[in-house]
Design a protein around this ligand. Structure first.
Ligand code: FES
Length: 159
């Protein structure tokens, strides 16, 4: 009698445990969205490709040498949220940032605003430079940089 009760109890525990583990596991859709591979070789210099990752826009900006020079010449003491261009771009010709304004979450417009090659958020007038650093307007912080890595010279993986 006792062993029957134990076995029944163990099966009950297993069922609960399985239910809990399956409930906590991310679905296939979520796993598929967790990482996004992007080919870079179709993005012309000076252009920004917008991709959707985890339901949010990500800007992939192919920067020209003159824009890189412009951002590298910025004096950090002028910045509200000081970060060097080097800190923000793993490879200088590619800037990868979340396309979400850090003020209240609108989507900024690439290649617009006061800073040449920068981003402008029309909702309340935040201007970000071509490294995604806040330069003017109500946003207090730079555009966020998602987790990403280079697979090779022409491919990145976001996430
Ligand atoms: Fe971008 Fe307010 S949401 S400036």
């Amino acid at each position: 009698m006792f062993s029957v009760a134990c076995i029944t109890g163990l099966y009950g525990c297993k069922a609960h445990l399985l239910h809990y583990v399956l409930f906590c596991m991310p679905s296939r859709d979520i796993l598929a969205e967790a990482q996004l591979e992007v080919k870079l070789n179709g993005i012309p210099e000076g252009k920004v490709l917008v991709v959707k990752w985890r339901g949010k826009p990500v800007f992939i900006y192919h920067r020209s040498q003159s824009i890189i020079n412009q951002e590298r010449a910025v004096n950090l003491s002028e910045l509200r949220d000081p970060e060097t261009d080097n800190d923000r771009a793993k490879r200088s010709e590619w800037l990868i940032v979340m396309g979400i304004c850090t003020h209240l979450g609108c989507v900024p417009i690439p290649n617009a605003g006061l800073i040449p090659g920068g981003f402008f958020c029309p909702c309340h007038g935040s201007h970000f430079d071509a490294a995604g650093r806040i330069r003017k307007g109500p946003a207090m912080t730079n555009l966020e940089i998602p987790e990403y890595s280079f697979i090779d010279d022409n491919n990145i993986i976001i996430g």
